[in-house]
Write a protein that binds this ligand. Sequence first.
Ligand SMILES: Cc1cc2nc3c(=O)[nH]c(=O)nc-3n(C[C@H](O)[C@H](O)[C@H](O)COP(=O)(O)OP(=O)(O)OC[C@H]3O[C@@H](n4cnc5c(N)ncnc54)[C@H](O)[C@@H]3O)c2cc1C
Length: 406
Amino acid sequence: MTDASKQSVFDIAVIGAGPAGMTAALLFASKGFDTALVAPKVNHEDGRTTALLQASVDLLDNIGIWNELAPRAAPLSKMRMIDDTGRLIRAPETTFDSAELDLPAFGYNLLNKDLNRILEEAAVREPNLTFVHALAEGYDFDEAHATVHLARDNTISAKLVVAADGRNSPARSAAGIDVRRWDYPQVAVVLNLEHDRPHGDASTEFHTPTGPFTLVPLPGRASSLVCVVKPEQADALVALSDDLLARELETRAHSILGKFSIASKPQKFPLSGLTAKRLMGPRLALIGEAAHVFPPIGAQGLNLGLRDVASLGNILSTAKAQSKDIGAHDTLEVYEKQRFTDINSRTAAVDALNRSLLTDFLPVQFARSAGLYLADKIPPLRRFLMREGIAPGTRRKSIGAPQIKE
Ligand SMILES: Cc1cc2nc3c(=O)[nH]c(=O)nc-3n(C[C@H](O)[C@H](O)[C@H](O)COP(=O)(O)OP(=O)(O)OC[C@H]3O[C@@H](n4cnc5c(N)ncnc54)[C@H](O)[C@@H]3O)c2cc1C
């Protein structure tokens, strides 16, 4: 980290020190861009966990921090899907196994506070990165550069602003970029659990009539839980004592992991979605939740955000190698085109899965059940779905997975 006062003109100013912003700032700095990371503070209290798919692990490895994260992460080698809707048409139980793709795991689950802390420590060590501990209060996007206004009349300028300032992105609003927003009639109750039986590195997703109930392995005999229910049911769950809540959740999990005990305070997240209509503005690119918000279903949100980061990093490196302006309209248009298909297809897939659970309409229930039945019975289709789930568009058989320390 260098001192902001020594330099106020940067190649890139990344706004927001969430996981997407910190990863982006580290990647740009490692590629030789003078980078500023503008954010008041890093969140060290986030009790959630994130399941990082293999492409995200590869990116964190590229910026040199996966070695530190790996001992704190649990591999996800199997994904079980169990139809717990109790409906007339039910899907068969389906298990996806990473061994079928010659991979040790689909991804790795870890605590957000570990991820944020290790990203912050790396940002502090990185010589090309200036951590500006301030809120971005306003922007001027000019022909030649962008100006970020900070408190007490301080400013910094950059050839490009990368907005990683979250779902309500003030940078996105300042550039006049419109969004599409929607809500679901559901709330996710999220917490971490300890349990009697080993999880065997398998995540289990029960499909219930109110939404998914998903247990994802953590190191040891522990798992994170995302339990999607109606708003009034979420209120009732979080009001329970730890003992009663543990018993209720164990019943919902059909005791597959034995007795539960609550390891973190339950939190509620109302389910909603958002897609920005543009991913760029003058000297501005949107990444992470500034560009797209998902309900926490299928471990998609940050993985998609980190694919934004990897894509933008490659495009900016190419522009630099060709002595092009990294903030120019043409450069950013390549980024927007490259990312829209992925973002739109993931948004549609998560939306369809969630809505297929909520509906009582038989043809939709049949389509979901038939899809899982075919995935179970037809290995090439299953492998295709697994590859697409990890990294869309990949055809490679084996991804170089960093080894996890015991
Ligand atoms: C319950 C739950 C479970 C999830 N599980 C998974 C999972 O398993 N896998 C997965 O891939 N995704 C998961 N997600 C999604 C994932 O958590 C989000 O995609 C991710 O946290 C978004 O990161 P971000 O950096 O884009 O935004 P944020 O984490 O929201 O960071 C934005 C940052 O910008 C800062 N900021 C805002 N305004 C300004 C300003 N004016 N100036 C400077 N800084 C500013 C904020 O302080 C904040 O630090 C889950 C989400 C939920 C709700």
